[in-house]
Design a protein around this ligand. Structure first.
Ligand code: ADP
Length: 492
């Protein structure tokens, strides 16, 4: 099969969050399975050019229709750790992708509406006719409408689209400009509720909704999140639309890259280990303590790794620090906050706890340190308010670091409570789960985990080893996506 991924990120060259990892990881898995995959991305000025090999011109004179005129673009091609990527560079005074950032501009809607249009125009003009176009998140939500309302009539009638939603919170709420600019000219037609009109703001378009309405298959990043999006408020107003299109909507759990996240081969950790040499994990714990100046005592290390924002349940992260200290554990936090208030709060905590030899707060983004923490910690807390899939618990499991997670989103599909999960046999359980967002809930889960570590160390080790047994690589998701691609190729 010939598959083209169109996205605003692809790790490691363009990465702001989990989306980048998925685009890269899935593409690699599909190639391993023998499919041909190409990735189309914007050519941002601030992307990591050092991760691109052999960047060269692929299509120098691409004219992309825009507001009845056209913008001149150049398309470059290069390899990102083996994946073929095309980068679109528009030459106009809008400077869409030369802003020193990926997202966060006032005209983000127009920047990515342009990117969506340009990606399809590139496919059309360069005679690329993929079997499946796989696009991601609100940034590429206009691709399904554009394909089926315009490009289908210009020689792309056999192309099928799979649309994956990684985060319902950002939907691309836009004005009619996005229609006029991209050539979707009949405003009244697209402004209907069964098309792109936002379900709650009658004067706005919703680009993500457009993707849902027009795509041949819609997925989100875990089965439980697919359910939540339809039946709870995490669908952020799109639940009804998803109901209407339920026969095309499903959840596919993300995978993680086991060449990178794997204690057997991890080049960032001082001592590699496997299930058979699990005792070597202790050497990483020692190294972690040395690195972060924690004292070497007989206590478990509880960790938190992740963004510090409301999605991640920061009030519970804060509470977990003090509760762990209180219960005879050490705590390590690695997190970055974009919101000034949350940042100030954790800066304050860091100063307050500075002299405590049982805790270290590292504020900022540090990939290398994150590997050492996954390898050195005994437990990892994931108290998210909502979590479409969540990678940290899956990485933790691979490193034999027991997750203590809130039962939401993808966490429900990946973490199974040692004491209470009745759907999973005891020998398959791998962590601790709590449900409420109050302090008592997380306390009870942490209590059970820390208690087991202190009083039944053999049982705790058994639990960690059971977690390492799980396969959360791209193998299963890759297979599921191939099934979805096959389905849309043969049923539409
Ligand atoms: P989200 O995509 O919502 O941020 P995920 O759990 O899906 O959350 O993915 C988070 C990824 O980012 C994980 O690989 C985690 O290790 C990494 N990460 C998050 N914060 C940091 C940080 N401060 N330093 C290093 N890595 C981080």
């Amino acid at each position: 099969m010939y598959i083209v991924q169109i996205a605003s990120e692809c790790a490691p060259v363009i990465k702001a969050g989990g989306l980048g990892d998925v685009v890269y990881g899935l593409s690699r898995e599909l190639e391993t399975r023998g499919h041909c995959v190409e990735i189309i991305l914007p050519k941002y000025d601030c992307m990591r050019y050092d991760h691109i090999w052999g960047l060269h011109d692929a299509y120098l004179n691409l004219w992309v229709p825009w507001y009845g005129a056209a913008i001149h673009c150049s398309v470059y091609c290069g390899w990102v750790h083996g994946r073929v990527c095309f980068f679109i560079e528009p030459h106009s005074q809008d400077n869409f992708f030369n802003r020193g950032c990926y997202y966060g501009c006032d005209d983000d809607n127009m920047r990515f509406a342009f990117f969506s249009k340009a990606a399809l125009e590139f496919l059309l003009r360069s005679n690329k006719r993929p079997d499946v176009i796989h696009c991601h998140d609100w940034q590429t939500g206009l691709i399904p409408p554009l394909l089926f309302e315009i490009y289908k009539y210009h020689g792309m009638e056999y192309q099928r689209v799979c649309y994956t939603i990684h985060n319902f919170k950002h939907q691309g709420i836009a004005g009619a400009d996005a229609l006029r600019a991209t050539g979707l000219n009949q405003e009244a037609y697209y402004f209907q509720y069964d098309k792109l009109r936002d379900n709650f703001n009658p004067f706005a378009l919703n680009l993500m909704k457009g993707g849902i309405v027009y795509a041949n298959a819609i997925t989100t990043v875990s089965p439980n999140h697919a359910w939540e999006a339809r039946y709870t408020d995490v669908g952020c107003g799109l639940g009804h639309t998803l109901h209407l299109h339920q026969d095309r909507f499903s959840g596919v759990l993300n995978g993680i890259d086991y060449d990178f996240w794997n204690p057997e081969v991890d080049r960032y950790i001082p001592c590699k280990y496997t299930k058979e040499t699990f005792e070597d994990k202790a050497k990483n714990k020692k190294a972690l303590r040395e690195r972060l100046l924690l004292r070497d005592v007989d206590k478990p290390i509880v960790a938190y790794i992740g963004r510090l924002d409301n999605q991640k349940g920061v009030h519970l992260v804060h509470h977990a620090i003090y509760y762990a200290l209180d219960r005879g554990a050490q705590f390590v936090l690695l997190g970055s906050a974009t919101e000034p208030g949350i940042n100030a709060h954790f800066q304050h905590e860091k100063r307050f706890l500075n002299d405590n030899p049982d805790v270290h707060l590292e504020l900022g983004f540090n990939e290398e340190l994150s590997h050492l923490i996954y390898a050195g910690a005994d437990m990892i807390v994931v108290p998210s308010n909502y979590e479409p899939c969540g990678l940290t618990q899956m990485i933790g499991l691979k490193y034999g670091t027991v997750p203590i997670a809130r039962g939401v989103g993808g966490l429900v599909n990946t973490v199974f409570d040692r004491d209470y999960d009745e759907n999973v046999p005891p020998e398959k359980r791998n962590g601790y789960v709590f449900y409420d967002t109050d302090y008592l809930a997380i306390e009870s889960a942490m209590d059970r985990a820390i208690g087991l570590w202190h009083y039944y160390p053999d049982e705790f080790q058994k639990l960690a080893l059971q977690g390492m047994e799980y396969d959360y690589s791209w193998n299963n998701p890759g297979e599921e996506y191939v099934k979805i691609y096959d389905w849309i190729r043969h049923h539409w």
